[in-house]
Each structure stands twice: as structure tokens, then as C-alpha cells.
Design a protein around this ligand. Structure first.
Ligand code: MRU
Length: 359
């Protein structure tokens, strides 16, 4: 990704320090923050300073590696975290507790668990292996996203008007993104593309993050209210829908940001292709159907209040709902496989009925 002429990743590690773009400050301020402990990484994920399936996965992998690095161990040698039975217990207890803490930050994104599993196993060999594995997880996320862009671009015709929901761009991954990666490739290859970015209440990832990314990339776009998609589709103004995913079950049901399901149903009604762009690391073969996907419930505060800067750039939180009323805030919904035209993955386009055999 390119921000004001400089190449960035959303999250990266140098030495034993993790650097990341603080997404809560965007689009009003571009701030890089540092995490030096696995607990710092957990806070960044929990507070959605780092968000989006692939970025969360990379951050969780780095967190797991930092846990291995900081685990108590004896002086026998750095490659063996603990080699005396008493110490081994305390070391493994520390590591297991760290893994539980990391995995409790956000329950829905498959990539988080994919990353902790790989880095946990690598750390059993040595802390250095854990660090190397975490780096591989991050690198793979970036290269998968690039391939998703290439395969997805083959589906986009010149002049396409594409609707997307939430933010599945470079900010949601280590680089390139998923739903937006094909759009960037299409734009760079000279095709005319136009994007409708759903605002995506309550946190407005579409209005704040997708719109900011598209602006940085020079892609023509407009932000639309969450409830405008059906009308645009009914009036023939949308040629295709591309969204990301947070977890995809073995039967092809896909969990994504709340509001995705209704776009998929409406797209089917009007014969508009509905694609889900996601790396294979988002597919969960251990999850038989969408019914098994845990849907994160977030604080009602996100619905009841909004944040933004005043004319001097000072951030304020304002109440936007009737005082005294409570809010319900499910963060994701599940789109049944029958509404999905295809999955755009780093291995090519996969039809929902092929998920079981190709992943
Ligand atoms: O709650 P978030 O912002 O972490 O939600 C994840 C998402 O960004 C979306 O669901 C996205 O479309 C898929 S993950 C890139």
C-alpha cells in the first residue's frame, strides 16, 4: 500500500517490536503505533486499532511469537523454552494462557486462530522459529491478497460498478486486501471501475477506511448509506458485489460484517453476481456450516455514539441515539452458500459447492 508516497504494510515486525497503523485514527490522522508485548498486541486487536481478518491474523501471529520470546525459561539454552519439569510447567502455562488471551480478543475471524496455531506449534521448537513463522504468516497474507487481486481482476469488466461492504482492503490485511485488491488491479490495468462503498454502521469501516483507501488509490467511488444498496441494485446501477469474509465454513457459508447477508439476498433477487474474496487461511474446514460460527457481540456504545474531529482536529464522541435506549450490536452475519456466486482466493475462483474438496 502506498500512503503519501511511502510503502507500508498494515502491521509488521522489526526485531521484537510490532508496528501497526492505528486504524481508529483514520481517516483523520495517519498514526503508526508500536507493540512490544503480546498484551500490547491483544489490546490493539481488542480495541480495533488493528482490524480486518488478515491484519488481525498477522497481529495475532506476532503476539504469539512475542509470548514465546517472553516466556520464562531456564538458563540451559535459548532454543528450549524450559527444560526442567518445574520450569516447564510454568513456561507452558504462560504460553497457553497467552494463547487463550490472544484468541479471546476477537472470536469470529478465522485468521486469528490460524495464526496462533501455526506460531504456537513453531514455538515448541524454539522462540526463533516462532518469530520466523509469524513473519511467514504475515508474508503469506500479503502474497495471497496480491493473487486474489489478479484472479479477481479477471472477473471485472471495463466500466463495472461494484458495491462493497465494510473494509476488506489493504488496511484489513497485511497488504493489497481481498475485496478491494481486484478493484485496485482493474484500476491499475486501465479499466474504468466505480465503487459504491457501504458506510457500514456502526463503526463505519466503509465510510472511513474503504473510502480513504480508494481515495489514496485514485479509484472513483462514492459512500452510500447502508440502506441504499437494494435501491441501487433494483435500478440497475450495480454490476457486481465483492465483499470480504471473516470465516468460511466447509459448506461455503461465509461470515462477514453485519449487513452483508442482506446485500447477498438482494443481489440474488436482481441477478447480480455476489463474490466473496478471501484467502484459503480464512476457510475453516473444522466448521461444518455457518451455524457453528461464533458471532462477536460488541458493545452497545458503538451504536449509541459516534466519534469524529471538530474543525480543529480534536476528536469528540457524540451521542446519536435516543438517551435511555439500549442497542444490540452483533458484529457479523452469515451468508448462506446458495447466495454466493464464487470465492475469489489465491488459488483461483472457487464455487461454493467446491469448497469442501478444494480447500
Ligand atoms: O470488525 P472488523 O472491522 O474487523 O470486520 C472485519 C471486516 O473488515 C469485514 O468483515 C471484512 O469485510 C472482512 S475481513 C477483511
Amino acid at each position: 500500500m502506498n500512503v503519501n508516497g511511502t510503502d507500508y504494510r498494515t502491521v509488521w515486525m522489526e526485531g521484537n517490536t510490532v508496528f501497526y497503523i492505528e486504524q481508529n485514527r483514520l481517516p483523520f490522522a495517519f498514526v503508526i503505533k508500536e507493540a512490544i508485548t503480546y498484551q500490547d498486541c491483544c489490546t490493539a486487536i481488542r480495541e480495533m486499532q488493528v482490524r480486518g481478518a488478515g491484519a488481525i491474523g498477522a497481529m495475532a501471529g506476532f503476539a504469539m511469537a512475542l509470548a514465546w520470546v517472553s516466556a520464562p525459561r531456564n538458563t540451559a539454552g535459548s532454543l528450549v523454552p524450559c527444560d526442567e519439569s518445574t520450569h516447564q510447567d510454568s513456561c507452558m502455562e504462560y504460553i497457553r494462557n497467552a494463547r487463550t488471551e490472544i484468541e479471546a480478543t476477537r472470536p469470529t475471524a478465522r485468521n486469528l486462530f490460524y495464526a496462533t496455531e501455526l506460531v504456537f506449534e513453531a514455538g515448541m521448537r524454539s522462540p526463533e522459529e516462532a518469530l520466523a513463522e509469524a513473519q511467514r504468516v504475515a508474508d503469506r497474507d500479503a502474497s495471497d491478497s496480491r493473487m486474489i487481486g489478479e484472479y479477481g481482476n479477471s472477473l471485472i469488466r471495463d466500466g463495472s460498478r461494484i458495491l462493497t461492504h465494510c473494509n476488506a482492503g489493504w488496511l484489513a490485511f497485511v497488504d493489497f486486501g481481498t475485496a478491494l485488491s481486484p478493484i485496485y488491479m482493474a484500476h491499475k490495468s486501465g479499466k474504468n471501475v466505480f465503487v459504491y462503498a457501504d458506510e457500514t454502521r456502526p463503526r463505519s469501516q466503509g465510510a472511513r477506511l474503504t473510502a480513504w483507501e480508494l481515495f489514496q488509490e485514485g479509484v472513483p467511488h462514492v459512500i452510500i448509506p447502508d440502506n441504499a444498496g437494494a435501491s441501487l441494485m433494483a435500478r440497475g446501477k450495480v454490476d457486481m458485489v465483492i465483499t470480504g469474509a471473516d470465516r468460511i465454513a466447509a459448506n461455503g457459508d461465509a461470515a462477514n460484517k453485519i449487513g452483508t447477508l442482506e446485500k447477498a439476498i438482494v443481489a440474488r433477487e436482481y441477478g447480480i453476481p455476489f463474490y466473496v474474496a478471501a484467502p484459503t487461511s480464512t476457510f475453516d474446514p473444522g466448521c461444518a456450516s455457518g451455524n457453528e460460527i461464533v458471532i462477536e457481540e460488541r458493545s452497545e456504545e458503538e451504536v449509541l455514539y459516534q466519534e469524529g474531529p471538530d474543525a480543529d482536529g480534536v476528536m469528540h464522541r457524540i451521542q446519536v441515539c435516543s438517551p435511555g435506549s439500549h442497542a444490540l450490536n452483533p458484529a457479523f452475519d452469515v451468508t448462506p452458500a446458495k447466495y454466493i456466486t464464487g470465492f475469489i482466493t489465491e488459488r483461483g475462483i472457487i464455487r461454493p459447492e467446491e469448497v469442501g474438496c478444494r480447500i
